[in-house]
Design a protein around this ligand. Structure first.
Ligand code: XIL
Length: 391
């Protein structure tokens, strides 16, 4: 009996070693000295419905190299983005990037920038007080490296998608500060030199232009914004740091408040390099392109970069060819605004195709928000962007 167990154990060990050696390539961020030790202890991690092979040291290991799709497969949109020096991006999930499939092919074919849709959210990346889980982000980064893409970091400080343990804490102000500092510094330090720009604070204003009383505002104080920017800068002095906000594309109370905040932060020497405009829009009520241009210009006059960071244009169902044509005009107008602003070169959509959009489960009566359809085929909005980028 004990002989059988011994034989069984030996076989399992041999299997683990055989699997581990040739096939589990450590991530680029895994120090070489940790490689052999880490690959001896692979196990499976499941987070947010996604499965990853992990090492004992918490590093993410991939079974085989991530798929290289670009430049062999290259769509018109990415080709023109490269020619124009424009970054056309999408948010992505990590798991489907591990293999070549319709999703990963569309990502590398049509975009030259990716941003994790959930991979860096607090509940994913920092699920327990003393545990960080970088598997999703490492996957996304490795895919970006394999396919020559830039990566945005999103978000460091947000009030949503926090794990329960954060909401249950009862701490002093100093302890809350220490917690947030640890989180910000840990993420930025880990990806120093790889993620060159970060949404440091996400969604901070109420519609009328006062600061939201978020968990961070309440417990760290209103200075949480400035502190987060300084901590991120200390962790990577070369990273470009953004404040990211929604419903600020037009000139309104919220964008005025954002402008005043940016002005104040810069005047006090706080490291801030740009403003992200999310732009979760509706086809029936699009922004005014002239106002968006004026808005971009005034932030530019402060020396700030602007980026469109989460664009989608949802259509009230039923979706018609007329709606789709109007949606295309909205995408086109925004790309034109970005191209003609000297401080805008980044145009990111929130999702790869209509099959993957968060709109499908957040606003069910709306649909078809992106530039690729449910089958990853180009929609009129895609061709409108191509036309705008045509030299
Ligand atoms: C959304 C994701 O798309 C969803 O999958 C997730 O469940 C919730 O977050 N503003 C942001 C993004 O800054 O991070 C949000 O992303 C959409 C709104």
């Amino acid at each position: 009996m004990s002989c059988r167990i011994l034989a069984g154990l030996t076989l399992i060990l041999m299997f683990v070693r055989c699997q581990a050696k040739p096939e589990f390539a450590p991530t680029p961020t895994l120090p070489p000295s940790l490689g052999p030790t880490a690959t001896l202890f692979p196990w499976i991690s499941e987070r947010g419905g996604q499965t990853f092979l992990k090492s004992r040291l918490g590093k993410c290991l991939f079974r085989s190299p991530l798929p290289v799709i670009y430049p062999a497969t290259s769509g018109k949109l990415r080709e023109l983005a490269e020619v124009n020096g424009v970054w056309v991006g999408t948010s992505v999930a990590a798991n489907p990037l591990l293999r070549k499939n319709e999703y990963s092919t569309a990502v590398a074919r049509d975009f030259n920038l990716i941003v994790p849709e959930v991979g860096l959210k607090f509940e994913i990346v920092h699920p327990e007080p003393d545990r960080y889980d970088f598997c999703q982000m490492d996957t996304i980064l490795a895919f970006a490296e394999a396919n020559g893409m830039r990566v945005r970091g999103h978000p460091l400080v947000w009030e949503q998608q926090l794990p329960p343990w954060v909401r249950e804490l009862s701490l002093s102000q100093e302890q809350w500060k220490a917690l947030l500092q640890d989180h910000v510094s840990r993420l930025v330090t880990r990806y120093r030199g790889e993620i060159e720009e970060w949404d440091v604070v996400n969604e901070l204003f109420k519609e009328e232009g006062t600061l939201k009383e978020t968990i961070w505002y309440e417990n760290v104080g209103p200075e949480y914004i400035e502190l987060a920017l300084r901590w991120a800068h200390d962790a990577d002095p070369n990273a470009r740091l953004f404040i990211n906000e929604f419903a600020t594309e037009n000139l309104n109370s919220k964008s005025n408040a954002l402008y005043a905040l940016a002005q104040d932060l810069l005047a006090r020497g706080v490291p801030l390099h740009g403003i992200g405009f999310q732009m979760h829009l509706t086809e029936s009520n699009p922004p005014n392109p002239a106002q968006v241009a004026d808005n971009f210009r005034r932030f530019g006059e402060l020396g700030l970069e602007v980026q469109i960071t989460e664009l989608d244009v949802r259509i009230l169902k039923p979706v018609t060819p007329e709606n789709l044509a109007h949606q295309a005009e909205i995408y086109q107008a925004l790309m034109e605004v970005c191209l003609s602003a000297p401080n805008c070169d980044t145009f990111v959509m929130w999702g790869v195709s209509d099959r993957n959009s968060w709109i499908n489960y957040v606003h069910e009566e709306w649909g078809s928000p992106l530039i690729l359809d449910e089958a990853y085929a180009p929609k009129p909005a895609y061709w409108a962007l191509v036309e705008t980028l045509q030299p």
